[in-house]
Design a protein around this ligand. Structure first.
Ligand code: NAP
Ligand code: MG
Length: 499
């Protein structure tokens, strides 16, 4: 594992954007400061240095943005045909295809993911936009039979829910904001987005670019600011019809409480502690890098990271050796280091959390096989943690039960299918999971037995909007992708027509 310094110069557009003295809110097609005049700072996690000053939005700003979104929802935007909304999404895809490098650089500086990895996410974004463009022209109700005497025609109509509050986490904002934006534009809703303070910049920049590309004023608004103030104001706002939230289970609970004000509809994507189950008959050439990157990708800051790697007992030694050898090929570095596979974690607090869990694991009796420390040298000012592997982990240990959200892989031995399923299910979360086996019966038994919203077989982490991504248990509810996703941006009207 080697470390290298920043070596990529920023493009002119990214540089111009990042050199702004302050980043304002984006409301009703305009960049405006917070009414309080207050700002927050956010750092570059690769260097620990202040990167940007954000408007500290609060209740008054959320009120303004929600009003703009409501007016847009009821105004000219409501007359756009499905074909016009589809055309807009197609145009947006073309513009973002051209501007993606700028956005990837802004995101890399803001949240620390290697720019090379972010570039790789462009194809996924293009797929999402083309999925939502197709959904814009696929909204339909039903004509229904009825038992009413006389000549009564009955049907259902679908209509956009209204103003959406979108609360976005920091760990992948560049793409994940489009789960909300895409559905909003396809359905005819409008939105107020509250990005995480740690990664607001790509969301602000996207709002500006989309406005230039033809999104009408008020349809997409962005209010930056702390979760406790701006986020809570949005979740509790009586004029917001629905909230889409991705983040921690704890914050999810407070969003549910806040939603009772006007019985908001919710989509909640929360934490995870996914089990990645490797059987002795697995193709280890694929299972080893698959399981390792299932944890280490994005420095472990992925909700569906397969952090509990269950390995069948006869191959524990071989699997472990091969994972450690694979780790020698990973480069940890500055997010603008073109050759880096892994970047830093998001901030000092997250760094301390991860190191604290590594201490807890050692105190609980797990065997620290690799990593375990903050990286120094050229990277000493950034929030870099060595990719870490624990062996001999049991499912009772806190490192196996709690979400760490860092590059920490726990190897847990098991004997047979039943035990693997039991261990996988002995957790409060139910987000992702995988099974690696060349025996189709084994794979089927595991994928049917594990209580989780998404399962992969002989692969990890694919997400396609046509297939979707789900959670259950403490990982939340509400699909991402498929027509089920669109359905939550629409409501159903039952219609009775006496002729
Ligand atoms: P978080 O603290 O829950 O924050 C998520 C978002 O909610 C941020 O925009 C945050 O704003 C805002 N927020 C915080 N407190 C709020 C409140 N009381 N009311 C309204 N909004 C509030 O989570 P995080 O630390 O950013 O992200 C890590 C967690 O998210 C992990 O547990 C991870 O598993 C989960 N996650 C889940 C998924 C998924 O798809 N299921 C995806 C990514 C992350 P500020 O940060 O600006 O305060
Ligand atoms: Mg940041």
């Amino acid at each position: 594992m080697t470390t290298t310094q920043q070596n990529l110069p920023l493009c002119e557009q990214a540089q111009g954007f990042l050199s702004r003295e302050a980043h304002h809110l984006f409301i009703d097609g305009q960049r405006v400061p917070a009414e309080s005049g207050q700002t927050l700072t956010t750092a570059n996690p690769s260097t620990g240095q202040v990167l940007a000053r954000l408007a500290a939005g609060g209740q008054a700003d959320v009120d303004r943005a929600v009003l703009a979104a409501r007016r847009a929802f009821e105004g000219q935007w409501s007359t756009w045909t499905p074909y016009e909304r589809q055309g807009l999404l197609t145009r947006i895809a073309q513009v973002l295809d051209e501007r993606f490098e700028e956005l990837a650089q802004i995101e890399a500086m803001d949240m620390g993911a290697p720019v090379s990895k972010l570039r790789g996410a462009k194809a996924a974004l293009m797929k999402m936009l083309s999925f939502f463009a197709s959904q814009a022209t696929s909204i339909s109700g039903e004509t229904l039979m009825n038992g009413i005497p006389g000549n009564v025609t009955t049907m259902t109509l679908k209509a956009p829910v209204g103003v959406i509050g979108g609360i976005i986490p920091w760990n992948g904002a560049l793409n994940s904001q489009f789960w909300i934006i895409g559905a909003v534009l396809a359905s005819g809703c409008t939105a107020v987005l509250k990005p995480a303070t740690e990664a607001s910049l790509s969301v602000l920049r996207v709002a500006e670019i989309l406005h230039e590309a033809g999104v009408p004023a008020g349809v997409l608004n962005v209010v930056t600011g702390s979760g406790r103030e701006a986020g809570h104001a949005l979740a509790a706002h009586p004029n917001v019809d629905r909230v889409a939230f991705t983040g921690s289970t704890q914050t999810g609970r407070s969003i549910i409480e806040a939603s009772t004000v006007n019985i908001k509809k919710l989509q909640l994507e929360l934490g995870g502690k996914s089990a990645d189950i490797v059987f002795a008959d697995a193709d280890l050439d694929k299972a080893v890098p698959g399981a390792a990157m299932g944890v280490f990708a994005n420095s472990g800051q992925i909700c569906f990271a397969g952090t509990r790697v269950l390995v069948q007992r006869p191959i524990v030694e071989e699997f472990t050796e091969r994972v450690l050898a694979f780790m020698d090929t990973l480069r940890v570095g500055h997010s603008l280091d073109d050759a880096a596979n892994l970047g830093p974690v998001i901030n000092q607090t997250q760094l301390e959390n991860v190191l604290n869990y590594i201490d807890i694991g050692q105190n609980e009796g797990a065997e620290l096989l690799r990593g375990g420390h903050r990286l120094g040298g050229e990277l000493e000012n950034g929030y870099f943690v060595q990719p870490t592997v624990f062996g001999g982990v049991t499912n009772q240990m806190r490192i196996a039960r709690e979400e760490i959200f860092g590059p920490v892989l726990s190897i847990m031995p098991f004997d047979d299918v039943e035990e693997a399923i039991a261990i996988a299910n002995d957790n409060d979360y139910g987000l992702g999971g995988a099974v690696w086996s060349q025996n189709i019966s084994t794979a089927l038994r595991v994928l049917q037995g594990v209580h989780t919203g998404t399962m992969w077989v002989n692969c990890y982490g694919y997400i396609d909007p046509l297939v979707g991504f789900n959670g259950t248990k403490l990982s939340g509810y509400g699909s991402k992708g498929t027509s089920a996703h669109m359905d939550t941006y629409l409501y159903t009207k039952s219609v009775y027509i006496q002729l």
